[in-house]
Design a protein around this ligand. Sequence first.
Ligand SMILES: [Zn+2]
Length: 133
Amino acid sequence: MNKVNITEYLTIDLQKEMWCCSRCNAELISAKEPYYKGCLVYDRPGTEVYGPPIKIAKGQQVSYAPDPRFNHILEFYCPQCGIMVEVQYLPPGHPIPVDIAVDLDGMKKRYLSGDNFSSTPPSPQRGKGKGGI
Ligand SMILES: [Zn+2]
């Protein structure tokens, strides 16, 4: 396998240059595209996540859910196994930000050139910078 872990539920297959689900290995979309374009999206109402408004006094209630006029909760799911990949809170109509941009050629050079392929990135070295242990 030539897959590199990117997040808990996302991997990149460097040979195929595809975003993949790390749970079910489904190929989501080309790694040259933002991964969320290969996911199912659910624009979830805030009251589903935070519950209905709570009555605090006669005629008064409070809600912990974001106001849908100002904030939407977008959940991204793997289309094959249904695992939640990402959640973003965005104003209505706001384009979905690209939160992960990878250097695909650099990753291929780094991970596919050697015979000691590891799917996990190297751990940070301690004591190298200022204030290190
Ligand atoms: Zn999956």
